[in-house]
Ligand binder design. Structure first.
Ligand code: SAH
Ligand code: DHB
Ligand code: MG
Length: 222
């Protein structure tokens, strides 16, 4: 068995034991496939991690940057109380439409607002309009904009807000200082910002599994 086959088998093992089959989440993935969306959603055990972190945080207001078909959004949305709210930002109107259908099917559409358009503009507008701070922010869109997303996320935070970033390891590519890949440079600047920003205390964890070798960053705003 190759290393990556082993990672996949262990993810399956974890999933079989700890993540009960869920019709709405499975339907979301198959609807995404049918609609031609790329399968770059978080893995099931990662989605459940996001869900558990949101519950541990007691989150009532969640912001997600990068919806795709809403797989991670459903996991996060299900952590909310009945009066909770999740705002998710997506550039592609077709993806957003697929996500909205998935939310309706999962019965979480009443809690979720999808804002369509470039996330930078949406975030700036929310900050300008004095949107109330979020309890948890998940950054998972175009990686070159990660530093800008972090800056705006901080404006939409309060002391205690949890900020999570996906895809912060990319097969270890983040080690390449001189990478020509602007996604890698975006993640590197994101790390530099986290390091320099006294207002957030952070770490990062490398992950392996069905989605390959990658990682999450997690921080708390002070
Ligand atoms: N969070 C999702 C995966 C998101 S994939 C999940 O785990 O299920 C990244 C998404 O970010 C894609 O849908 C892509 O269209 C979107 N995206 C890319 N650039 C963007 C931008 N400038 N503004 C908003 N969304 C963007
Ligand atoms: C990509 C984006 C993601 O959010 C992800 O989890 C994996 C891959 C990508 O753009 O390639
Ligand atoms: Mg991601």
């Amino acid at each position: 068995m190759s290393e990556s086959q082993k990672w996949t088998a262990v993810d399956r093992y974890i999933e079989e034991r700890l993540i009960p089959k869920d019709e709405a989440l499975e339907k979301a993935l198959s609807a995404n496939r049918d609609a031609g969306l790329p399968s770059i959603d978080v893995a099931a055990n990662q989605g459940k991690l996001l869900h558990l972190l949101a519950r541990m945080q007691g989150a009532k207001r969640i912001l997600e940057i990068g919806t795709l078909g809403g797989y991670s959004t459903i996991w996060l949305g299900r952590a909310l109380p009945a009066d909770g709210k999740l705002v998710t930002l997506e550039l592609d109107p077709h993806y957003a439409e697929v996500a909205r259908r998935n939310f309706a099917h999962a019965g979480v559409d009443g809690l979720i607002e999808v804002k369509v358009g470039p996330a930078l503009a949406q975030l700036s507008l929310m900050a300008e309009e004095g949107e109330a701070p979020f309890d948890l922010i998940f950054i998972d869109a175009d990686k070159p904009n990660n530093p800008a997303y972090l800056g705006l996320a901080l404006k939409l935070s309060r002391p205690g807000t949890v900020i999570i970033g996906d895809n912060v390891v990319r097969d270890g590519e983040i080690l390449r200082e001189d990478s020509a890949d602007d996604r890698v440079q975006g993640i590197r600047s994101f790390f530099d910002m986290l390091a320099a920003e006294p207002g957030v205390d952070a770490t990062a964890i490398q992950t392996v599994g069905v989605k390959g070798y990658d990682g999450f960053a997690i921080g708390i705003v002070s």
